[in-house]
Design a protein around this ligand. Structure first.
Ligand code: PLP
Length: 388
């Protein structure tokens, strides 16, 4: 047996419905398969390759750290983690950082921080976290419990208790759900990704933040998918003029290496003491050195470019025949085809050399933040034709 697709099907756990494409290499926003066919990458590894494939600056930062030491454990100091944490705090006003390896692990940390804060401040009965219907927070049993989509829960019960869900963009419902028991935190994605690329309403996010502030309920922003420049601001909450108490992120910050980040604000900065939480690979120096390179380049100029490219996509596809809605924010975009199924549009685009994703009934676009305008225009033209 030599074909990778066959070996994969035989030996890899059957958890992914893969497209029939084997990617062997790439550069920037162009990927090449095993037959030499080239694709424009409009998914960037599900919002991971922030600067595309083989970005030279990121690669050099990673290689330089690999030449020094790849891992030491958290028993010793290494430079990249603290440098990255300092940069994150200076750019966000958050106070302390915990590093893990994935979005789910970043959310686990956020949940533990919220529970410990509430237990110490309000007592052991205050542990419930309100999340939104249609949210996605990860695949561990606790982050699945946080995820407000019941179909992910089936056959995995009992899940971690202490999560209840409220309707997105319905402040009255959020408050009703939060008041039904002692509540430790409210957790939101400002732009829901897996739930269909839906940006929350400004009034709702502001109202939720105000409620949390007045009731000493922690506000957690899950920025795993919508963070790190993707929304056109460094973090999506910044578009809403609110200040979360905890921010979780992953994906794009690692630029292609696994890195989860939990940012702790003023209220929770001292919630953890030695031994309270940990992760063997947390603050891995290679991942953090790469992330320093990524984060240092998500500057005002890049963010302006993200917004400009976003406006181009909204303008071009918003009025295109066969498209009934374009949703999302920045370079996190959902396209609702009028008649075709999203999966059929994605398949047609793939045949024509453009790789897109889906989210629920939408075609989802998450291109590299630095995708060249000309490349983006070519891809959008193919997507437009596929929707028509
Ligand atoms: N939170 C959000 C908003 C996500 O979109 C995802 C993954 O898609 C996760 C959490 C889980 O991240 P990971 O797959 O890195 O654990």
């Amino acid at each position: 047996m030599s074909g990778i697709k066959e070996i994969d099907r035989t030996y890899i756990a059957n958890t992914y419905a893969r497209f029939p494409v084997e990617i062997v290499s790439g550069k920037g926003s162009i990927l090449k398969d095993d037959t030499g066919k080239e694709y424009i990458d409009m998914g960037s590894g599900i919002a991971v390759n922030a600067f595309g494939v083989g970005d030279e600056e990121w690669k050099q930062a990673v290689i330089a750290q690999l030449d020094l030491v790849q891992h030491t454990s958290n028993l010793y100091y290494t430079a990249p983690g603290p440098r990255l944490a300092q940069m994150l705090c200076e750019k966000t006003g958050m106070k302390k950082v915990f590093f893990g390896n994935s979005g789910a692990e970043a959310n686990e940390c956020a949940i533990k921080a919220a529970r410990k804060y509430a237990a110490e401040k309000k007592g052991p009965d205050c542990y419930t976290i309100v999340t939104l219907w249609n949210s996605f927070h990860g695949r561990t049993l606790t982050t699945l419990a946080a995820t407000g989509q019941e179909h992910y829960h089936e056959l995995y019960r009992p899940l971690t208790p202490g999560f209840v869900h409220a309707k997105a963009n319905d402040l009255e419902d959020l408050i009703r759900v939060a008041e039904a028991q002692p509540t430790a935190a409210v957790m939101i994605e400002c732009v829901q990704g897996e739930g269909g690329v839906i940006a929350l309403d400004e009034d709702f996010v502001k109202g939720a933040a105000q409620y949390c502030k007045e009731h000493d309920v922690l506000l957690i922003a899950d920025e795993v998918q919508c963070g790190n420049g993707r929304s056109g601001a460094l973090y999506a909450y910044m578009n809403y003029g609110v200040q979360p108490d905890i921010v979780s992120t992953a994906k794009g910050i690692g630029g292609g290496l696994p890195l989860g980040v939990c940012l702790l604000g003023e209220k929770v900065q001292d919630v953890f003491g030695p031994g309270d939480h940990g992760s063997t690979f947390g603050a891995n120096p290679v991942c953090c050195a790469g992330a320093c390179s990524i984060l240092s380049r998500i500057d005002d100029r890049l963010l302006a470019e993200v917004r400009e490219k976003s406006a181009y996509i909204f303008d071009t596809l918003g009025s295109a025949p066969g498209v009934s809605a374009v949703t999302g924010m920045g370079l996190m975009i959902g396209i609702l085809p009028e008649k075709k199924a999203a999966a059929d549009v994605v398949r047609e685009c793939m045949d024509k050399g453009v790789l897109c994703l889906t989210a629920k009934d939408r075609v989802r676009l998450l291109p590299a933040l630095n995708i060249p305008m000309e490349t983006l225009k070519k891809a959008v033209e193919i997507i437009r034709a596929a929707c028509a």
